[in-house]
Design a protein around this ligand. Structure first.
Ligand SMILES: C[S@@+](CC[C@H](N)C(=O)[O-])C[C@H]1O[C@@H](n2cnc3c(N)ncnc32)[C@H](O)[C@@H]1O
Length: 303
């Protein structure tokens, strides 16, 4: 069970901040499990579970590069503060002209700090690319976006990330989900959060039935335990793929508000589902019995 949820420096549509607690209760990991997250996005789930060993992967090279540069110490919280103070002032002065100047610059040179700037000042904290893989999210139209407190918030998020990266052995890889899943061994755990199938969201890379089936095949070919996040139903529709593709899995639900777009009318209550290839109740009971046994043994040892 995680306590206070740590929010990472990167925002993304479909971010699982609100589901971290539920996920942490249902995963089946121990101290020597390697955590595999093939659809890392912001990485909020793994970052909060903080396993000692982990492989975070995504096909988005820019998010991977940002985390990798923080891990290597090439980017740190001091640098982020200096950069955002300087660039924030220019945004305040030149407004949208400056946002689009940074966007063009990023699309040419791919500086990870520019990626952070765009991610935190674009419309709704989205990440989306066009067919040429150029970042194409418009501006949020807030020239004073990088206020002192907003910069401090981002700097603290980077600082926290730096601290976790110092004590854990984590890898960041830009690769497809198939490659990541194929690396996991029998004692490892794979948490998958792909773009949601059948949701008409304006996403950078659309996700279709063929990919959903390829994901299912890759997961079932693996010997590792896995958990998949997907949507279950909303007021209008059910996710039919839960039966047709994932029928062999166990399912846990939670309802929460899913925010897509800027207006209230798009705020739909949606039931989320966690699908697993193991029985989460059995795993939870086995873990609590083991914990009881350990504390009993330590009481006996203390006399
Ligand atoms: C819903 S987001 C993950 C959100 C993440 N769990 C979080 O809470 O921040 C889905 C991610 O899958 C990645 N993705 C899409 N297609 C992929 C593929 N074929 N292989 C690996 N990653 C992919 C996207 O780049 C995106 O970051």
């Amino acid at each position: 069970m995680v306590g206070k949820v740590y929010v990472p420096p990167v925002k993304i549509q479909g971010i699982k901040t609100k589901l971290v607690s539920l996920i942490s209760e249902e995963v089946d990991i121990s101290d020597d499990t390697v955590w595999y997250e093939p659809f890392m996005g912001s990485g909020v789930v793994g970052l909060n579970l903080a396993p000692q060993r982990a492989v975070f992967a995504d096909i988005n090279p820019y998010v991977i590069n940002l985390y990798q540069q923080i891990k290597l110490g090439n980017i740190d919280s001091y640098m982020v503060r200096g950069y955002l103070e300087r660039e924030g002032k220019l945004l305040e002065k030149k407004d949208d002209r400056y946002y689009y100047e940074v966007r063009d610059r990023f699309n040419e040179y791919h500086n990870p700090l520019d990626f952070l700037f765009l991610n935190r000042s674009c419309f709704n904290g989205m990440i989306r690319f066009n067919k040429e893989y150029r970042f194409n999210v418009p501006y949020c139209h807030k020239p004073a976006r990088f206020s002192k407190s907003y910069i401090t918030k981002i700097v603290n998020q980077v600082k926290h990330l730096e601290e976790i990266l110092k004590v854990n052995s984590w890898e960041f890889k830009c690769q497809s989900f198939e490659e990541t899943i194929s690396e996991a061994g029998e004692n490892d755990f794979i948490y998958c959060d792909p773009p949601y199938i059948g949701r008409h969201v304006d996403y950078y890379d659309s996700w279709n039935e063929e990919q959903e089936i390829r994901l299912k095949d890759a997961l079932f070919a693996s010997k590792a335990k896995f958990m998949l996040s997907t949507w279950d139903e909303n007021k209008y529709r059910k996710n039919e793929y839960i039966e047709s593709v994932w029928g062999m899995c166990y399912k846990v639900n939670q309802e929460h508000f899913y925010f897509i777009g800027a207006s209230e009318k798009n705020r739909n209550a949606m039931k989320e589902a966690l699908l697993t290839n193991y029985d989460p109740d059995k795993s939870r009971n086995a873990r609590s019995e083991e914990a009881e046994q350990i504390s009993l043994e330590s009481l006996i040892r203390q006399g």
